[in-house]
Design a protein around this ligand. Structure first.
Ligand SMILES: [Zn+2]
Length: 522
């Protein structure tokens, strides 16, 4: 991709009037933008070393990949809050800078656990230390009849009837998707999902999977959002007990497929519920204009990643330096730079980092339901993802950044204009720009009607969701430059009395336009 590289002339002091490309989508005009000396100094304060310092902590092994929920995630939240405090942002949560989601976790409860499998005059009692439970309710079975099923035998599965299977225990041997490599994992998950849907329609009591490779895998506790009334996603709550026990494997080998003479008894207590606090981190830089300060621009990133995989060989900490430590420390750096302005922008700027993006936009959806700044007064959301690494699988992305949903609203062209002034080529990625729109937290704000986009430097890179996403692979000079572009775009939006608008001419924006109109009583 070609781009024009325009350096800042730092020697120029005083107000600069730069004619920008005429970018008028809807009502938004950015024809002349005044970069003051104050703004230039603030932009110059954004430094590669500062970003490197923050990210080397956020993505350190100590934080164990910032899984949601985890202690590493909580430490990251505390660090971000400390940096917002240092920048002098106004706290905007219910607990200082923290917006607290009071959720619960549900963990398997092995108290009084008993699992007996009887076959051919032999009975084995499976120890609680040799099982992995993915069943989120209590279950008692007394002498349930077992059926041996080949998980891959589609013909046999298709032939099964509810009459034959209801209330029975299915014994099978299921591959552990978490041990498979990434290319196979999706396929295994899909096959398992189909299998469980089938078992569900047959009303089987329980699936027992025999694992001969050995060790129980710690089952992540399940998070419960008390506000979420929709049923849990089936893929996270397969009613299955995996048995890691050589005796059970031998017994399984001795059985013929189909109806067996095996009998299963089980006592499993109801899962234990524990309170869980999850946190978005939010600070405000108040606007300077008496009217416009009641409106805001939202700059966001997710501070969680995918944690540790106990079963991964070698380095098993998924540090998520680029995804999305890079966005997180950019929000911190932008808070610091924008706070240093002597003349604050006219609109308020809200800085926020979300929990739980990797688990399905949890933090941003929570914010969408509990906005601290009214949604109808939130004029835009700029979300930052993967802005640190330039080594995209598509080749180097120096001084290049793409906006998702580039032509869904005015925001793409505002960023393009800001990029012209800061040496960043902000472009529409022909394939990914629209396809990635739904893949980050901007989607949660867009669903509320707010023009919301994600800025990204490398959509895909070698260590994406890999253990090797380390902080020393980031191009910090480039990232600082991207941050200066973001800062300028934020100021452009915050200074302009005309808020960005969804592009109604693009049919893909229909649902967002509808949400926007509802919010604005239209
Ligand atoms: Zn991400």
């Amino acid at each position: 991709m070609s781009f024009k590289h325009r350096l800042f002339n730092c020697a120029i002091v005083g107000a600069l009037f730069l004619s920008l490309i005429s970018s008028s989508v809807g009502a938004f005009q950015t024809e002349k933008f005044n970069i003051t000396a104050d703004m230039r100094a603030a932009m110059d304060s954004i430094s590669a070393n500062s970003l490197r310092g923050h990210l080397s902590f956020i993505a350190s092994d100590l934080l164990e990949g910032r899984n949601t929920p985890s202690r590493g995630l909580d430490i990251a939240a505390e660090y971000i809050a400390a940096q917002f405090r240092r920048a002098g942002l106004e706290p905007a949560g219910d607990d200082g800078y923290f917006q607290t989601a009071n959720w619960k976790t549900m963990e398997p409860n092995l108290e009084g656990f008993e699992l007996n499998i009887q076959h051919d005059k032999e009975t084995i009692s499976v120890d609680e230390g040799r099982v992995s439970i993915s069943l989120d309710k209590a279950l008692d079975l007394a002498n349930a009849v077992a059926v041996k099923v080949d998980f891959n035998d589609n013909a046999a599965l298709a032939a099964m009837t509810e009459e034959q299977m209801a209330g029975k225990v299915v014994l099978t041997e299921m591959p552990d998707a978490r041990r498979a490599d990434q290319t196979q994992r999706t396929q295994i998950f899909r096959a398992q999902n189909e299998f469980f849907l089938k078992m569900n329609t047959l009303k089987v009591a329980l699936v027992i999977s025999i694992d001969r490779t050995g060790q129980p895998v710690a089952v992540a506790s399940r998070m419960i959002d008390p506000e979420n009334t929709s049923p849990p996603r089936r893929t996270t709550t397969w009613p299955m007990i995996t048995v890691h026990d050589g005796r059970a494997a031998r017994m399984f080998n001795a059985m013929k497929p189909g109806a067996t003479a095996a009998i299963v008894s089980l006592h499993l207590a109801a899962p234990a519920e524990k309170p869980l606090k999850l946190r978005n981190v939010i600070g405000i830089l108040r606007g300077s204009d008496p009217q416009l300060k009641d409106t805001c621009v939202l700059i966001t990133a997710h501070y969680d990643h995918i944690g540790v995989r106990a079963d991964a060989p070698g380095d098993n900490i998924f540090n998520g330096a680029n995804d999305d430590g890079s966005g997180t420390v950019s929000v911190i750096e932008l808070a610091s730079a924008l706070s240093s302005l002597k003349q604050k922008p006219r609109r308020s700027i809200v800085f926020m980092t979300f929990f739980g993006e990797e688990k399905g936009l949890l933090g941003s959806r929570y914010y969408g339901r509990h906005p601290v700044f009214p949604i109808e007064k939130t004029v835009a959301n700029i979300n930052l993802e993967q802005v640190g690494r330039t080594d995209s699988t598509e080749g180097p992305q120096l001084a290049n950044a793409s906006m998702t949903g580039f032509d869904f609203s005015d925001v793409g062209l505002i960023f393009k204009a800001a990029g012209e002034l800061t040496g960043i080529n902000v472009y529409k990625h022909e394939r990914n720009s629209d396809a990635f729109f739904s893949r980050s937290d901007n989607q949660a704000l867009a669903d509320q009607g707010v023009p919301a986009h994600t800025l990204c430097v490398a959509f895909v890179y070698a260590d994406y969701h890999g253990a090797g996403d380390h902080w020393d692979k980031i191009d910090y000079e480039n990232m600082a430059k991207v941050n200066r572009c973001v800062m300028l775009a934020l100021v452009m939006i915050a200074e302009n009395p005309q808020p960005p608008k969804w592009n109604e001419a693009n049919p893909r924006t229909a649902r967002y336009v509808k949400a926007w109109k509802q919010r604005h009583g239209q």
